[in-house]
Design a binder for this molecule. Structure first.
Ligand code: UDP
Ligand code: MG
Length: 314
C-alpha cells in the first residue's frame, strides 16, 4: 500500500486544528487503499497547538509531529516536514484550511498517472484584499522576467510531491529558503490543478507586508543574480553621460574660453554618484548577506521532540 504524508506547518493554530483533523479524517476514510501520515510541524507555537496535536495522536496514531525548539518560520518548517516524512509522496497543506483537503484525491490521481509535482493553482482568492492580489501578480511578472526557470503563478505551497522531488528538495539546504522557487528549480513532471482558495477558518494570518516584502526579495535573490547585473546596466549609461559631459566641458574651455560654474556642477555630480554608489553597495550587500548566512553552516532547525521522543542526535 502506498503511503501519503500530509505535512502541516502549524504556528498558533489551536483553533483550526480540530476542524482540520475532522476534514482530513473524512478524506482518509474515502481513500482506503492508501496509508496516511499526518505530520504536523509545530513551529514554536505559543498557544496550545502542541498539546492538541499530542492529544490527537493519542486517538489516532497516523498523526505524527515534529516539535521545534522555537519559531523558525514556515519555510524551515516545510523542510523539516520533508526530512521527517516517511511517505511515498508528500502533500503540503496549511493548518488554517485555506487549502481544501477535498482536493487531495485529485492531486493523488495525477500522481498515480505519473506526475511528480502536482500543484494546486488558485482560481480565486477569497478574503484577500485587491492590494495583496495586485502586488502578488506584479511580483510574479517581475520574477519571471528575471529568470529562465519557469515559475508557477498563483500557486502557494499546497501541492503533492513524489518521493523523487522530496529527495531533491532535501538536498537544498540553504538557510534563507524560498521554497516556492525551489519547487520550480527542481523541475520534474509538473501538473496544475485549479481550486478556490478559501478564507482562513480561524485565528489570524501570520503574514504582514514587511514579511511579504522580505519573502519577495528572498525570492528574487535566491533565484537569480540578475539584480547584480543591474549595477552594470546603470553604470554604463552613467559613464556615458560622464564622458559626454567631460568632452563638452573641455571643448567649451578650449573653443569659447568659458569657465564652468563649478559649484553647481560639483553638487549635482556628488549627489548623482553617491546615489549610484549607495544603490550598488545595497545590491552587493544583499548577496554578501546571503554568503554570510550560508557560510555559517548552521543546522536549519532544532527539534525538541519527534512523536513524543526527545530529540538527542542533533
Ligand atoms: N506558519 C508557520 N510558521 C510561521 C508562520 C506560519 O508554520 O512562522 C504556518 C501557519 O500555521 C499556517 C501556514 O504556515 O499553517 C500559513 O500561514 P498563514 O495562514 O498565516 O499565511 P497566509 O495563508 O496568510 O499566507
Ligand atoms: Mg493562511
Amino acid at each position: 500500500m502506498k503511503k501519503i504524508s500530509i505535512i502541516i506547518p502549524a504556528y498558533n493554530e489551536e483553533e483550526s486544528l480540530p476542524l482540520l483533523y475532522e476534514r482530513i479524517e473524512k478524506l482518509m476514510k474515502n481513500m482506503e487503499n492508501y496509508e496516511f501520515e499526518i505530520l504536523f510541524v509545530n513551529d514554536g507555537s505559543k498557544d496550545k497547538t502542541i498539546e492538541i496535536i499530542k492529544q490527537m495522536r493519542e486517538e489516532d496514531n497516523r498523526i505524527c509531529y515534529v516539535d521545534f525548539s522555537r519559531n523558525f518560520g514556515k519555510e524551515i518548517a516545510m523542510i523539516a516536514g520533508l526530512d521527517y516524512a516517511t511517505g511515498d509522496c508528500v502533500i503540503f497543506m496549511d493548518a488554517d484550511l485555506q487549502d481544501p483537503p477535498e482536493l487531495i484525491p485529485e492531486l493523488v490521481k495525477y500522481w498515480e498517472e505519473g506526475y511528480d509535482d502536482v500543484y494546486a493553482k488558485r482560481k480565486s482568492r477569497k478574503g484577500e484584499t485587491w492590494l495583496k492580489k495586485f502586488t502578488s501578480k506584479m511580483y510574479y511578472k517581475v520574477l519571471q522576467k528575471l529568470t529562465r526557470i519557469e515559475i508557477q503563478k498563483d500557486t502557494g505551497d499546497f501541492r503533492l510531491l513524489d518521493r523523487r522531488c522530496v529527495n531533491a528538495l532535501k538536498k537544498l539546504r540553504e538557510s534563507q529558503r524560498n521554497t516556492k522557487s525551489m519547487f520550480s528549480w527542481i523541475g520534474y513532471k509538473k501538473k496544475e490543478v485549479l481550486y478556490d482558495r478559501d478564507p482562513r477558518i480561524a485565528g489570524t494570518t501570520k503574514w504582514n507586508y514587511i514579511k511579504l516584502v522580505d519573502l519577495a526579495i528572498d525570492g528574487i535573490t535566491s533565484f537569480t543574480t540578475s539584480p547584480l547585473r543591474l549595477s552594470t546596466l546603470i553604470a554604463i549609461p552613467t559613464f556615458g553621460v560622464l564622458f559626454i559631459y567631460f568632452i563638452y566641458v573641455i571643448a567649451k574651455c578650449i573653443i569659447v574660453h568659458q569657465m564652468i560654474q563649478a559649484y553647481q556642477a560639483i553638487i549635482l555630480l556628488i549627489l548623482f554618484f553617491s546615489g549610484i554608489q549607495i544603490l550598488l553597495f545595497g545590491i552587493v550587500g544583499e548577496y554578501l548577506g546571503r554568503i554570510f548566512n550560508e557560510t555559517k553552516h548552521r543546522p536549519l532547525y532544532l527539534v525538541n521532540e519527534y512523536n513524543g521522543k526527545k530529540e538527542m542526535n542533533q
